[in-house]
Design a protein around this ligand. Structure first.
Ligand SMILES: [Fe+2]
Length: 190
């Protein structure tokens, strides 16, 4: 199914080529790997343990990341965030435009496949920009609570943008669901 079929903008189709079928693979693999991990004797086979953990990180992370990503985007998205989120962005980055520029730059600069993130630092109570490689989950990797993610695996944009990652990252701001990002900030502050 086409995720954002009503949106004329190219960015509206970003999720079509990586529809929920890919996420189901991540979910299935996570369950499978967890079962294998439970079945593997703890000390005897460290190599197997390590490889299972890496596979779990990839598939579990992939599921977590895409679950956030799909709710972060909306065909009715774009525009500006409101209220507390906007105030926090202004406080921590100077302006919405500066935050977008910083996050876009960090996301475009990901080596190979990975994700760019706007996250919440619970210790300082501030917003931060981060990037993660592969499917490494933001919170498990950096401690930041994920608010907004940009998937820069090539499958996320190849159909519409070929290998031009900066154009895709620029366009994705047109479909950001700021209400979802705000809800995530509220939840993270509790
Ligand atoms: Fe993806």
């Amino acid at each position: 199914s086409i995720f954002f079929s009503n949106k004329l903008h190219k960015a509206g189709e970003v999720s079509d080529c990586q529809s929920s079928s890919k996420d189901k693979v991540h979910m299935f693999m996570s369950s499978y790997i967890e079962m294998q991990t439970l079945k593997t004797p703890r000390v005897r086979d460290v190599t197997t343990q390590v490889s299972l953990q890496l596979a779990l990180k990839f598939n579990g992370g992939g599921h977590i990341n895409h679950t956030i990503f799909w709710t972060n985007l909306s065909p009715n998205g774009g525009g500006e965030p409101q209220g507390e989120l906007l105030e926090a962005i202004k406080r921590d980055f100077g302006s919405l435009q500066k935050m977008k520029e910083k996050m876009s730059a960090a996301t475009v600069a990901v080596q190979g496949s990975g994700w760019g993130w706007l996250g919440f630092d619970k210790d300082s109570g501030r917003l931060r920009i981060a990037a993660c490689a592969n499917q490494d989950p933001l919170q498990g990797t950096t401690g930041l609570v994920p608010l907004l993610g940009i998937d820069v695996w090539e499958h996320a944009y190849y159909l519409q943008y070929k290998n031009v990652r900066p154009d895709y990252v620029k366009a994705i701001w047109n479909v950001v669901n700021w209400e979802n990002v705000s809800e995530r900030l509220q939840a993270a502050k509790k």
